[in-house]
Design a protein around this ligand. Structure first.
Ligand SMILES: Nc1ncnc2c1ncn2[C@@H]1O[C@H](COP(=O)(O)OP(=O)(O)OP(=O)(O)O)[C@@H](O)[C@H]1O
Length: 297
């Protein structure tokens, strides 16, 4: 299974160009699509999920033309959208059973088996009789995965799944996703760098509708070695620092500010640090690395 996206573009009627000539090759496994709010992730996900038409470009899932053969794609698609409604007064077990009928699993015994397996896989078996209205955010997301997994999808699309989850729920949810990637294409769209670094062997960084960088996280971090420098400063010193250096990111740590700078040479009184995926992301966004390399530090 593989997904080939070629020169995909989409402009909304209000003139916003959400995707600009996007091309990506996505093999089996967990693929991360990382970008800030408004980057075009959901637009791309909706096109892949056959819910929206591109203006231009092609998408192929193996031999299936995703734009033209929507019914074919839907047979093999699992989609967990950013937001989805549930019937609050229905139990997880009953609603999943209902969706299984819609997915074409007519036989009652086959359905019983599938519903039980999915509820166990998503760790909802013990709470299957509870009404969905009483589920926590994490439980709802896991229920969304159970629905998306009906019919053994070969293409699974998960759009910003961990936003709003508490840390324990997030870990549980990411563990669940990590089990899915082996025999299908799983695309995880997110603005949270850790989601990608924990799960994905390949990823793309997108901003303003353009793919800025396609990378394997481990290799990209290696390539940045020797170029990311850190200094811990008082917050009040930040404006001066911004004036003197190309800062790629700032973070607060116990009330002080941790500054990261991209530089191929020693930038002064800084400590060299081991680059992480956040450094890859911010160096790409700042134009130091990637397809749209614009700045040289
Ligand atoms: N239906 C629409 N009509 C007009 N503009 C839209 C529509 N949907 C999205 N946009 C705009 O297209 C751009 C890309 O939006 P999109 O939702 O794809 O980004 P995103 O990366 O998923 O961001 P977010 O995480 O905020 O959802 C944004 O500027 C957004 O305002």
């Amino acid at each position: 299974m593989k997904l080939q996206i070629t020169n995909l573009s989409k402009t909304y009627p209000n003139g916003v160009q959400a995707l600009k000539n996007v091309s990506l090759f996505i093999p089996n496994g967990m693929y991360g699509l990382l970008g800030p709010n408004g980057a075009g992730k959901s637009t791309l996900m909706r096109i892949l999920a056959t819910l929206q038409e591109p203006d231009q470009g092609e998408v192929h899932l193996d031999t299936i033309d995703v734009v033209k053969q929507k019914e074919e794609v839907r047979k093999t698609l699992g989609y967990l959208p950013q937001e989805f409604g549930v019937y609050p007064k229905v139990s997880a077990e009953n609603l999943l059973d209902h969706f299984a009928i819609l997915k074409g699993i007519i036989s009652r015994s086959a359905r019983k088996e599938v519903v039980e397996a999915l509820l166990r896989q998503t760790n909802l078996w013990d709470v299957r009789k509870q009404k969905l209205g009483g589920y926590s955010g994490g439980m709802r997301q896991r229920f969304g995965v159970a629905v998306a997994l009906l019919g053994n999808p070969k293409l699974m699309i998960v759009d910003e799944p961990t936003a709003g989850l508490d840390p324990a729920e997030r870990v549980r949810f990411l563990n669940l996703l990590s089990e899915l990637g082996e025999n299908s294409v799983v695309i995880l769209s997110t603005h949270i760098v850790e989601d990608v670094s924990e799960l994905c062997t390949r990823m793309a960084i997108i901003n303003k509708g353009e793919i800025l960088h396609e990378v394997e996280p481990l290799k990209a971090m290696q390539r940045l070695k020797g170029k990311i420098w850190q200094k811990i400063i008082e917050k009040s010193a930040l404006p001066q620092m911004e004036h003197e250096y190309t800062i790629i990111s700032t973070k607060l740590l116990s009330g002080r500010t941790v500054v990261h700078v991209y530089s191929e040479e020693v930038p002064g009184d800084f400590d060299l640090v081991q680059p992480d995926l956040e450094d890859v992301y911010f160096s790409t966004m700042a134009g130091h690395i990637g397809n749209r390399k614009t700045a040289v530090a």
